[in-house]
Design a protein. Sequence first.
Length: 453
Amino acid sequence: MDTKAFPTSRRAFLGLAGGAAAVLGVSAEPVAAAKVRTSAKIVIVGSGAGGTALANRLAERLDGAQITIVDGRKQHWYQPGFTLIGAGLKPASYSVSGTGDWLPKGVTWLAEYAAGIDPEAKVVTTEGGTKLPYDFLVVATGLTLDWAGVEGFSLDMVGKDGIGALYAGPDYAEATWREMDRFTDTGGVALFGRPATEMKCAGAPLKYTFLTDDYLRRKGTRDRSQVVYAANNKGLFGVPIVNEKVKLLFRDRGVDVRYDHVLTGIDAASKTAYFKTPEVSTINPDGTVTVTPGTTEAIKFDFTNVIPPQRAPKVVRESGLSWADKWVDQGWIEVDQSTLRHLRYPDVFGVGDINGVPKGKTAASAKWHVPVVEDHLVAAIEGREGTAVFNGYTSCPMITRIGRAMLIEFDYKDNLVPSFPGVIAPLEELWISWLMKEIALKPTYNAMLRGKA
């Protein structure tokens, strides 16, 4: 790699990173539009990245609207930082701020969880019994980590007996780092994988595999270790060209890939994880079909990062907003993939992980959901049609070792859509892509929360 092609100072890097926020797909601060006068009641369920960013943008765009954000969470978590915490590069506090720190004046924060959503009556009911009628509803709940979907597992296991759980939260990510650090001192079997459901940041399990491999090499314990990756299907990543690149990197680094393995249970005492493999149908020469049942395979580990199935929160699954014929076990809401407007309830929109669309469970995608929903919601208030379109933009800074990453950006059609063509090659392990993840991403994310990016 010709390092002369890249900035060598912090100032030069940040100059390039003014677009930097490619990792979030971020453009310049939006041009202020004329305020729209309205008395519309808008309820946003969820104060994560998407819900908070939209609340800020609507508060700036609308004059007189009654905007209420419903969420019982007191903390806001910067989830893209969990991998850095789990790699010992940031403390748990790096990803923690207050929910109210990001909400604008003029928006009411009801610090309760939603207990019911009735799209027919157009009412949200909170756990405390408050009923909130709405003219427009934005579902921005994020998703639920179904820890019960891994038999024998509980969160009190994290940080002990070689068990980590990076997704569970900042403190759990830090506890995961302590176990990974201890494990890489001595080596052994490191076991990774992902669930068979849709999931947020599908690249995260791969990143943590790469990081653990890197630590083993740095500490001189890789030669007496085995790194196993249990893929839930026959691939490693949903975008074909990226899948091939990751396969190549795993092959070069000696990662033992087990395809069609779905985690079903864990036994902490014996350090054993249990995986289900699918049944196989074979067409015989005489035209009959032989079905070989799936099996359960036990894999021993010295360190593992548990990632459970991921689903829509119960309140959403029970609301009638979910797809009836897609993702039926997961409950993602039935929105148009271009406008993010509900297909049966036009006064309902989705932002972030909760959307039932083929791509887009990343912070970068949520960033691009927000202006699309804003455009169509404001257009509806004004009695016209919106024009903004979400093209499936998803960004994954794929860390491949400390100090190197690939900046993977793609759309619904699995096309690579690099923000810096000719400057940052998306399938190369680059220092600058790493810096975007480690330095540029969080300030850009914070600007997004404020509605400024």
